[in-house]
Design a protein around this ligand. Structure first.
Ligand code: 5GP
Ligand code: ZN
Length: 136
């Protein structure tokens, strides 16, 4: 628990949110600044920063809830699919330092251009060299 964390306050009910799903380990609520109708954040109730410092049980519970939320959004809102996104670390655009996974519903012909870095900055890189560094 972190006293001045916005998402901990939402978990404790001190800040209001539009809840989509809740169980003993996880809560999911609408993003206040949605990319698409039904854009939902799935967060563990216990404060951890992101997937890098979460334990395996927390990660499993969060992603089980991600699947449930995705199915709810597809059933209730008529979404045709979802993008699942997690930002880990400030360099990766994480702004709220409480583990959360974005579930972004996608609709027929929604014409949403998913985040501008995705395949927009393809560079010729030496894959063999990068693989050597990863596996050495
Ligand atoms: P990040 O960039 O950290 O992955 O995303 C944080 C997300 O939290 C953003 O999409 C932002 O709109 C959302 N957010 C920030 N503050 C609040 C809040 O007080 N309530 C809700 N529901 N969402 C928030
Ligand atoms: Zn927190």
């Amino acid at each position: 628990m972190s006293t001045d964390c916005i998402f901990c306050k939402i978990v404790r009910g001190e800040l209001s949110s539009y809840k989509v799903y809740e169980d003993d380990a996880v809560v999911a609520f609408l993003d206040i600044n949605p990319i698409s109708p039904g854009h939902t954040l799935v967060v563990p109730k216990r404060h951890v920063e992101n997937i890098l410092d979460a334990d395996a049980e927390t990660i499993a519970r969060v992603f089980q809830a991600v699947q449930k939320v995705a199915k709810i959004l597809i059933e209730k809102l008529g979404a045709k699919g979802v993008n699942v996104l997690h930002n880990a670390g400030r360099e990766a655009n994480q702004e709220i330092m409480h583990f959360h996974v974005h579930v972004i519903p996608r609709y027929s012909r929604d014409d949403l251009k998913f985040v501008d870095w995705w395949r927009s900055n393809i560079k010729k890189l030496d894959l063999a060299e990068i693989h050597r560094r990863i596996t050495s």
